[in-house]
Design a protein around this ligand. Structure first.
Ligand SMILES: Nc1ncnc2c1ncn2[C@@H]1O[C@H](COP(=O)(O)OP(=O)(O)OP(=O)(O)O)[C@@H](O)[C@H]1O
Ligand SMILES: CC(C)(CO)[C@@H](O)C(=O)[O-]
Ligand code: BAL
Length: 310
């Protein structure tokens, strides 16, 4: 495994966790903060917004790329998850404008290596209690409901690998997207409960021009599914407008979003309106909420949400 190498466009690619830690420590010693953007690769403009924010908030920025088997149950899409790990600079090149200023990318191991069972002290047992890893972090209340209901090992896998990244990279700031709203709240809570001295920043959902939330999984949609998937953002936007016009009952709002997505050809996993802070289910909107949706289009499960603050 290479310790550190020069990737495309002059960015440093660090593959070894000891090397990563030394890199971070030497930069921090030199002064200036360090920001981390955790990702699973296959980079798109949503990720780019996080990187740009990271660069504003700290002198040094690190992007981690790791498709974490520990957050996928055996029935989930680890095998088909789009992967960039053969060439980490692909995403940077896709943006065209960035290469010279791209931050170091920390990639501990490829998905392929994980599947071959090569252990690099990551969360490599696909959610089971395998020999490779037996310590897990649970954020017990927030991990319930929404994505936690249909992805049984998802959030313990996320919390655990993110805590490991915190220990390896030792950032001052970490930047997440609010597209994964529950994930962002869970990480904020973990940081508070475990006293990590890290600021957790959440950024707005970046969308395609027609409104579809950017997602690495979008590339797996057929052209028809891609069109059908627009029903998520369109129906969420309508719900937001309805609330702004005085609607407060969640039942009708949820029924309407579910109907629109189903009519378009999707299958709703959940359409839920929850409190922005504690993610508790809300029946009548009286304070800031977030309307969260997960829906299937063919074999692809997408998530999206809108925050609605009265
Ligand atoms: N459209 C987006 N807008 C803002 N942030 C995003 C967007 N898509 C992903 N992110 C954020 O990027 C970070 C890394 O996410 P990840 O690499 O899993 O990409 P992803 O597009 O969310 O993948 P997928 O949706 O297929 O799971 C997360 O903090 C996630 O919330
Ligand atoms: C936070 C994360 C990198 C943990 O594997 C992943 O869940 C993601 O990309 O959102
Ligand atoms: N961004 C979420 C990663 C996952 O779906 O596993």
């Amino acid at each position: 495994m290479a310790a550190a190498e020069e990737g495309g466009g002059g960015m440093a690619v660090i593959r070894d966790k000891g090397e990563m830690r030394s890199w971070s420590r030497s930069r921090r010693k030199a002064g200036g903060g360090l920001a981390l953007v955790p990702t699973m690769g296959y980079l798109h403009r949503g990720h780019l917004s996080l990187v740009e924010e990271a660069k504003k908030r700290a002198q040094f920025a690190v992007v981690s790329i790791y498709v974490n088997p520990g957050q996928f149950a055996p029935t989930e899409d680890l095998d088909s998850y789009p992967s960039d790990l053969q060439g980490t600079s692909v995403g940077w090149r896709r943006w065209g404008s960035m290469p010279s200023s791209a931050p170091p990318t920390f990639t501990t191991m490829g998905k392929a290596a994980a599947l071959e069972g090569k252990l690099v002290s990551c969360v490599e047992d696909r959610g089971g209690e395998g020999a490779g890893h037996e310590t897990w972090i649970r954020v017990e209340r927030l991990e319930k409901g929404l994505c936690g209901s249909s992805r049984p090992v998802f959030f313990r896998g996320v919390a655990t690998v993110v805590a490991k990244l915190f220990n390896i990279v030792e950032p001052d700031v970490v930047v997440f997207g609010k597209k994964d709203y529950q994930q962002w709240r869970i990480i904020r809570r973990m940081v508070r409960d475990l006293d990590f001295a890290i600021d957790v920043v959440g950024l707005e959902v970046v969308r395609e021009i027609d409104g579809l939330a950017m997602s690495s999984r979008n590339v797996l949609l057929s052209p028809t599914e891609r069109q059908q998937a627009l029903s998520i953002s369109e129906s969420l936007l309508k719900a937001k407008v309805a609330v702004e016009n005085g609607e407060t009952s969640c039942e009708g709002l949820k029924a309407s979003v579910t109907w629109s997505i189903t009519q378009a050809g999707g299958r709703v996993d959940y359409a839920e309106i929850v409190d922005q802070e504690n993610l508790g289910v809300v029946k009548r909107i009286r304070s800031p909420v977030v309307f969260c949706v997960a829906a299937w289009f063919g074999k692809v499960r997408l998530i999206d949400n809108v925050e609605i603050s009265l």
